[in-house]
Write a protein that binds this ligand. Structure first.
Ligand code: DHB
Length: 326
């Protein structure tokens, strides 16, 4: 690798900023046949809940223009099986594990944080307060700053002090900055931006919704500009707070765009379904994007797009990033 891609997940250092996106690679096992999963920054697991769940009925997925709609319903093995089987497996492969958690109540999130803190080897917790596929919108904690803060306060107070806690937010709100500020005030160490958008597809032959769950989460390139906008707005309001960016990243250049908006890590999701080694390809491409521009350190360009346009549009000359360079 030519560029220094090290980045910080809260106070934890990662060798590079490319992570899987929650829900797109279960607990990493399926990806290990395609590449060495210890090479990427971390595996972000499918959201783990307290109890095992079989999820929603099928069909659970629909294709959309430049996107995918899904309604899985938080299927998963539950925290006991995760701790007994999946986490030790990830650690045995040398992978870093960012564990996504989801719950129906504040108490459930708190309990999950306690259980993960009792286990060794959790790199960070991503708190999924924005799953679109729940019984009612009142359960989407990320749609209300006070509810979001309550969850983050509970998780932060139960999670071991050395485990960074990230809040995963929904773009389906009027003011994402208000939710971000509430989470950070409640103790979140960082933010994951963004979860899927709530969408729907109707089959014009059957004249009924395609998904058994009717509505679902929209992901893929169709949502990338929404993600870039959310990262940009939150970075402008909270410049010191680390952001994991995600939403439709397919290439190293897409990842670079999110980094310029303010993300210091980038999760790769939907593209994995047709290119299972996408994470390592995107990592290589990101390195090339930086090297081609003479950028030696990833950390120098996080949020660079916020700096005034005094310099030539390509390259770093004249920017604060260039002044920080030796
Ligand atoms: C599911 C959860 C999510 O957070 C999401 O964005 C999409 C789908 C689910 O399990 O249904």
């Amino acid at each position: 690798m030519a560029a220094d891609l090290r980045t910080r997940l809260g106070h934890v250092e990662l060798p590079n900023p490319i992570l899987t996106a929650s829900g797109c690679a279960a607990a990493g096992r399926e990806l290990a046949q395609f590449f060495d999963i210890s090479r990427i920054g971390a595996i972000v697991t499918k959201s783990v809940m307290l109890a095992p769940r079989s999820g929603r009925p099928t069909p659970r997925m629909a294709e959309t223009p430049s996107g995918m709609l899904n309604s899985i319903g938080l299927q998963g093995p539950g925290i006991d099986a995760f701790l007994q089987r999946d986490l030790p497996w990830l650690l045995s492969r040398g992978a870093r594990a960012v564990v996504s958690i989801a719950g129906g109540t504040v108490a459930e999130y708190a309990e999950l944080a306690t259980r993960l803190s009792d286990a060794a080897g959790v790199t960070a917790i991503e708190v999924n307060i924005s799953c679109p596929n729940v019984e009612h919108r009142g359960q989407v904690f990320a749609c209300d700053p006070a509810a979001a803060a309550e969850v983050l306060e509970a998780v932060r107070s139960r999670a071991r002090y050395d485990i960074p806690v990230f809040a995963k937010l929904s773009p389906d709100v009027t003011d994402i900055v208000a939710v971000a500020k509430a989470c950070v005030s409640a103790g979140a160490d960082g933010l994951s931006l963004i979860n899927t958008l709530l969408g729907m597809v109707i089959d014009t032959d059957t004249m009924r919704p395609v998904l058994a769950g009717e509505t679902g989460g929209l992901s893929g390139p169709a949502i990338r500009p929404v993600a870039v906008r959310c990262i940009w707005q939150v970075r402008a309001a909270l410049p010191g707070v680390p952001i994991i960016g995600m939403g439709g990243v397919r290439t190293g250049r897409d990842a670079f765009e999110m980094i310029l908006a303010g993300a210091s890590m980038v999760s790769v999701g939907t593209v994995i379904f047709h290119d299972p080694s996408a994470c390592v390809r995107i990592l290589r491409e990101l390195d090339e994007e930086l090297s081609q521009r003479g950028i030696e350190r990833l950390a120098d360009v996080v949020g660079l797009a916020h700096e005034p346009r005094t310099a030539p549009r390509r390259g770093l000359a004249g920017t604060a990033a260039a002044r920080r360079m030796p």
